[in-house]
Design a protein around this ligand. Structure first.
Ligand code: AMP
Ligand code: MG
Length: 532
C-alpha cells in the first residue's frame, strides 16, 4: 500500500556519517574542512504540483499527491519532516577546463533518503529550493523552463535505458525569478519551479576534488569510504589501496558505459564540468543539453561554449576521460603510487570503444562476427556518411530498422536509399553529399545478408534499441511555452510518450517528426545557455 510522502520516514546517511559544517549561517562562504552544510529550504509563495513521476513514486512506495497540500509543501521546501536532515554538499570543479575552486550545492538541497523496492535507498534532492552557503552570487532558485527540461529529460533518459538521475516531481512556486537568459543585459522575470530529483547518491567528481585541493586527506578518505560502503559494497571493505584502485576502475567503466549510451542516442550534455560528473556514472545536472537532430559531431546547443565547442557531441568521450583523469588526480593521496591508478583510465578507453561498437552494431541489427575489423570499418564509415547527408540521427536508425526487411527481400538498394534519404535528411535528397550514405547502404545490405536471424527478428531487434521518440529540442521548448501560459497538456503528453520511446504510438506521430525549419535557429530550442 503506497504511503503519503508526508508520512514517510527519511534516513540521512550522508549527514550521519560525514563531517558537517557546524555553522548555520546561510550566507555565501567558504566551508573548509567539511563535506556539507546543514541548510533548510526557503519557503515559496504558492507551491503547486505540475508533474509527478508515477514510476519513481512506485519505486519509493509513494502515493501520487494532490496538486496542493502537505506532500507538495515538502516537495517545494515549505515544510521539513521531522526525520529529514536537509543539507547542501560542498564540492569544487573544473569549469570549461579551469579549476574553479569551491562550487557546491548552490540551489540544491538534499532532504534525506527513502527506501526503494529492492532494499536500495534513494536520496531526494530539491533543485531550486533557495540559497545555501554555496550559492555564491546567485539566488538559489530555478526557473520553470529549466525545471521542465530537467524533469522531462531525466525521466526520458531513464526510459531509454540510459544511466541517469531521476525526477519525482515538478512543482511551480508562484514566485518570480529574475534571469538574463543569454547574459546579454536582457534580464526578465520568469516563473519559478522546484524539481525533486532522485538518485542513490548525488556525489560528484568535484566532491573529491575540493578535498584534494585543500589537502583534507582524512576527509577525502572518509568520503571515498562512505561512497564505497554504500554504493560499491561488492568491492569489499575499503581503506586499502587495492580497493581504491578497483573503485576508480569501476567508476571509469560506468562512465564509459554512460557516454557510449549518449553517443548512440544523440544526447549532448552541454556542460561536462567535473562538478557535473556523477561518481555513480549517472547522467546528472540537466542544463543546456540537447539532442542531435542533423547528425553533427561538432554540435552543442550551449552558447556559453560557442568559442571552443569543448562539450560538443563528438568531444564527449574525450572530455569524460579528461574529467576522470582529474578524479584520479584527486584520489592520488589514497594510494602509495599514482601510477596504480593509470589502468583505471585505460579501462575507460577500452570500455567505451567496446560498448560504443557493440551498441552501434545492435542499432544496425548486426551481431558481432568473426570479421570484426570489417565490421568496425562498416560502422566507422557510417558516421561521416550520416553527417555529410545531414540525416536526422533518431529518424535514420528508426527508418533503417523498418527498411531491413525490404533490403533483405532484395528490393533495389538504390531506390531504398532515395526513399530513406527523403524521409530522414535535412538536405535535398539528390544532393551529392548523400553519395557516401548511398554507398554505405550497399555495403550494409551485403553485410546484413550474413546475419542468421530472420528479417522480422532483425527488424524487431533494431526497433527495440532505436527509439522513435526522443526529447527533441523544439518539443521541450513548445511544452515549456505552453506551461508558462498555464497549459500543461503538451508537457503531460510528452512525459507520457517518452515513457515508451521504442513503441510506435501512431497517434503521436507528430512528436517523431523531423525538426521543422523554424526550430533550427530558435533560442530555447537551437540555443541555450547556463542561465537556468
Ligand atoms: P551548473 O552550471 O548548473 O552545474 O552550476 C554550477 C554551480 O553554480 C553549482 O555550484 C550550482 O549550485 C551553482 N548555481 C547555478 N545556478 C545557481 C543559482 N541560481 N543559485 C545558486 N547557485 C547556482
Ligand atoms: Mg552542476
Amino acid at each position: 500500500m503506497p504511503q503519503r510522502l508526508e508520512n514517510a520516514t527519511f534516513t540521512n546517511s550522508f549527514v550521519d556519517e560525514l563531517a558537517g559544517d557546524p555553522s548555520r549561517e546561510n550566507v555565501p562562504r567558504q566551508v573548509p574542512g567539511y563535506h556539507y552544510s546543514p541548510v533548510v529550504p526557503t519557503p515559496v509563495a504558492q507551491p503547486r504540483l505540475l508533474v509527478w513521476s508515477d514510476e519513481m513514486g512506485a519505486e519509493l512506495g509513494l502515493a501520487r499527491p494532490s496538486d496542493q497540500g502537505a506532500a507538495v509543501e515538502l516537495l517545494a521546501g515549505n515544510r521539513v519532516a521531522d526525520s529529514m536532515r536537509p543539507y547542501a554538499a560542498r564540492y569544487g570543479g573544473h569549469q570549461f577546463g579551469n579549476w574553479a575552486g569551491q562550487l557546491g550545492d548552490g540551489r540544491a538541497i538534499s532532504l534525506g533518503e527513502l527506501p526503494g523496492q529492492q532494499g536500495r535507498r534513494w536520496e531526494i534532492q530539491l533543485k531550486g529550493a533557495g540559497p545555501t552557503p554555496y550559492s555564491r552570487r546567485a539566488d538559489g532558485r530555478a526557473v520553470l523552463r529549466s525545471s521542465v527540461r530537467e524533469f522531462l529529460c531525466s525521466e526520458a533518459m531513464h526510459h531509454l535505458g540510459v544511466p541517469t538521475t531521476r525526477a519525482l516531481s515538478l512543482v511551480s512556486t508562484g514566485d518570480q525569478v529574475l534571469r538574463d537568459m543569454f547574459y546579454d543585459g536582457n534580464a526578465q522575470h520568469e516563473p519559478g519551479a522546484v524539481v525533486a530529483r532522485v538518485a542513490p547518491s548525488f556525489v560528484r567528481f568535484g566532491n573529491f576534488q575540493i578535498l584534494a585541493a585543500h589537502e583534507e586527506t582524512d576527509n577525502l578518505r572518509a568520503l571515498a569510504d562512505y561512497v564505497i560502503r554504500h554504493h560499491f559494497p561488492e568491492l569489499g571493505a575499503p581503506e586499502s589501496p587495492e580497493v581504491y584502485v578497483a573503485w576508480l576502475t569501476e567508476i571509469a567503466r560506468r562512465t564509459a558505459e554512460m557516454v557510449a549510451h549518449w553517443q548512440t542516442v544523440g544526447f549532448v550534455h552541454g556542460v561536462l564540468n567535473t562538478d557535473n560528473m556523477s561518481i555513480l556514472g549517472l547522467t546528472i545536472d540537466y542544463g543546456p543539453y540537447g539532442w542531435l537532430e542533423p547528425y553533427e559531431p561538432g554540435w552543442t546547443p550551449n552558447t556559453t561554449d560557442f568559442t571552443n565547442y569543448r562539450y560538443a557531441f563528438g568531444q564527449q568521450p574525450q572530455v569524460c576521460l579528461w574529467n576522470l583523469t582529474q578524479l584520479a588526480q584527486a584520489l592520488t593521496p589514497l594510494v602509495p603510487d599514482p601510477e596504480l591508478l593509470r589502468p583505471a583510465l585505460n579501462q575507460y578507453v577500452a570500455t567505451f570503444n567496446r560498448s560504443h561498437h557493440v551498441r552501434l552494431l545492435a542499432k544496425l541489427g548486426l551481431t558481432a562476427s568473426a570479421e570484426e575489423e570489417a565490421d568496425k570499418q562498416l560502422v566507422g564509415s557510417l558516421l561521416p556518411a550520416m553527417q555529410a547527408a545531414q540525416v536526422d540521427m533518431t529518424l535514420f536508425y528508426r527508418h533503417l530498422s523498418h527498411l531491413t526487411v525490404r533490403l533483405l527481400a532484395d528490393e533495389p538498394v538504390k531506390e531504398l536509399a532515395t526513399e530513406l534519404l527523403s524521409a530522414v535528411s535535412y538536405a535535398a535528397p539528390a544532393a551529392e553529399a548523400a553519395a557516401p550514405l548511398r554507398a554505405w547502404l550497399m555495403q550494409y545490405a551485403a553485410r546484413l545478408r550474413q546475419e542468421p536471424a530472420t528479417p522480422e527478428a532483425i527488424r524487431a531487434g533494431m526497433l527495440a534499441v532505436n527509439p522513435k521518440y526522443v526529447l527533441r529540442n523544439y518539443l521541450a521548448q513548445q511544452a515549456i511555452e505552453a506551461a508558462e501560459t498555464g497549459d500543461l497538456a503538451p508537457l503531460h503528453t510528452l512525459h507520457e510518450v517518452l515513457k515508451r520511446p521504442f513503441d510506435e504510438q501512431p497517434e503521436h506521430e507528430a512528436l517523431a517528426a523531423r525538426r521543422p525549419s523554424w526550430a533550427a535557429t530558435k533560442p530555447g530550442s537551437a540555443t541555450l545557455s547556463c542561465s537556468s
